[in-house]
Design a protein around this ligand. Structure first.
Ligand code: DQA
Length: 148
């Protein structure tokens, strides 16, 4: 098995390109994913997207048992509202990088609170799709190290 890194997108992120392109950019997830899999061709990248909080929890729960070495997650609005996702991420021992396409600190006040960032290894916000690439690099840079 290769070096597995999971990339998870939460609610409404399946609609990139059509969803508020002035905020989230005009690129489709398919195009972003194509680039990521090319840039990290040596890795085994896994992708999961759901609009359902519980489905995301169910997926994240399986990661460590399946040998996954790191998680990049854009929880979408769950960032600001999901104690359940926070609890789920907290018990992971693999590095977790939270990514936001937009700068959540420069938008509505409710977006400036992340329930999940305090239990993540780090957060990248406002760099568009490049954030996913940098997050994967951060996981690789940590090697098999555990979350702080
Ligand atoms: C987002 C920011 C969140 O506030 C929002 O609910 C999203 C996308 C981002 O990528 O910028 O769905 O996570």
């Amino acid at each position: 098995m290769g070096y597995v890194v999971a990339v998870v997108n939460g609610p409404n992120l399946g609609r990139l390109e059509r969803r508020e392109p002035e905020i989230y950019g005009g690129e489709s997830w398919e195009a972003i994913w194509r680039r990521l899999t090319k840039v990290f061709a040596e890795l085994e990248l896994e992708y999961y997207q759901s609009n359902h909080e519980g489905a995301i929890l169910d997926f994240v729960e399986t990661l460590e048992d399946r040998g996954c070495k790191g998680l990049v997650i854009n929880p979408g609005a769950l960032t600001h509202q999901s104690y359940a996702l926070r609890d789920c991420l907290k018990v992971l021992s693999i590095p977790v990088i939270e990514v936001h396409l937009s700068n959540v600190y420069a938008r509505e006040a409710f977006r400036a609170t992340s329930l999940t960032a305090p239990v993540a290894t780090g957060q990248i916000s406002g760099l568009g799709p490049l954030g996913y690439e940098l997050a994967i690099r951060a996981i690789l840079a940590r090697g098999t190290g555990e979350k702080p």
